[in-house]
Write a protein of this length. Structure first.
Length: 236
C-alpha cells in the first residue's frame, strides 16, 4: 500500500517530523499538527505540507483538524510528552493529568475524529499510533510517561480489534530511545520513521525493537506467574 495523503500529530520535531519528511519524500501529501506553531511551520516548509498548530488534548481542535485535512489514508497519532519523572507518588497531580491528556487523550481524540471518516471513505487506510517500549516494560522512575504509554497500547489493541474486517488497519510503534528532544541518544528518527510507515503500509500491528523482544516475553511470563517486576535489559 502506498499512502497518498497523511496527517501527522506531533510533527514539529522528533519522530513526527521524521515521518512527515519520509512521507513527503514518497510523494505523499502531508498535513502537520503540533502545539509548537513555529516548529510545525518549519516542518511544513521543509516538506511542502500544511501546518496546523493545535493541542491534541483538545478534542474540538482535533475534530477541526480532521475536517480540514479532507480525505486521508494515513493518520499518524504521534504527539506525546514525557512529563515529570520519578516514582508514581513523586509526580504531582498536574503532571499526571497533562501527560495522560496528551499521550492518551491525544490518541483517543484522534481516533474519534478520524476513524469514522476513514470508514466512511471505504478504501484501505491505516492508523499509526506512537506508543513506547515504556508501555510494554516497567522501567523504574518513569513517572506518568510509562503508565500513559501502557494505556496507549491498550487503546491501540482495542482499536485494532474493533477495526477487524474493515479496510482500516492499526499499527502500533513501540520505540526504545530515539534521538529527539526527549533523548540525546538512541535510534535515528529518520530510520524509525521509515520502518514505522512501511509497517503501516504492510498492515503490521506492532513495531518493537528486536533487542527488546526477549525482555517483553520474559516480563509477560513473570507477570502471569506472579513474580514482581524487575528492571528490563536488552539482548545484544
Amino acid at each position: 500500500m502506498r499512502f497518498e495523503s497523511a496527517v501527522i500529530t506531533g510533527a514539529g520535531s522528533g519522530i513526527g517530523r521524521a515521518m512527515a519528511v519520509y512521507l513527503a519524500g514518497t510523494g505523499c501529501r502531508v498535513v502537520l499538527a503540533d502545539i509548537d506553531a513555529a516548529a510545525v511551520q518549519g516542518a511544513a516548509g521543509e516538506t511542502g505540507g500544511t501546518a496546523v498548530p493545535l493541542d491534541v488534548a483538545d478534542p474540538v481542535a482535533v475534530q477541526a483538524l480532521a475536517a480540514a485535512a479532507g480525505g486521508v489514508d494515513l493518520v499518524c497519532l504521534n504527539a506525546g510528552i514525557v512529563g515529570p519523572l520519578g516514582a508514581p507518588w513523586e509526580v504531582d497531580a498536574d503532571g499526571w493529568d497533562r501527560v495522560f491528556a496528551v499521550n492518551v487523550g491525544g490518541v483517543v481524540n484522534g481516533l474519534r475524529a478520524f476513524v469514522p471518516r476513514l470508514l466512511a471513505g471505504g478504501r484501505p487506510a491505516a492508523v499509526l499510533i506512537t506508543a513506547s517500549l515504556a508501555g510494554l516494560l516497567p522501567f523504574p522512575d518513569n513517572g506518568a510517561y510509562g503508565p500513559s504509554k501502557r494505556a496507549v497500547i491498550a487503546v491501540a489493541e482495542q482499536a485494532a480489534l474493533a477495526l477487524t474486517d474493515t479496510p482500516v488497519t492499526v499499527t502500533m510503534l513501540c520505540p526504545a530511545l530515539v534521538r529527539t528532544g526527549m533523548s540525546q541518544t538512541g535510534q535515528d528518527p529518520a530510520v524509525l520513521a521509515a520502518e514505522a510507515v512501511n509497517a503501516a503500509a504492510q498492515g503490521r500491528f506492532a513495531v518493537v525493537p528486536p533487542q527488546w523482544h526477549t525482555a517483553v516475553v520474559t516480563g509477560s511470563q513473570s507477570l502471569v506467574t506472579g513474580h514482581p517486576p524487575t528492571p528490563p535489559t536488552p539482548t545484544r
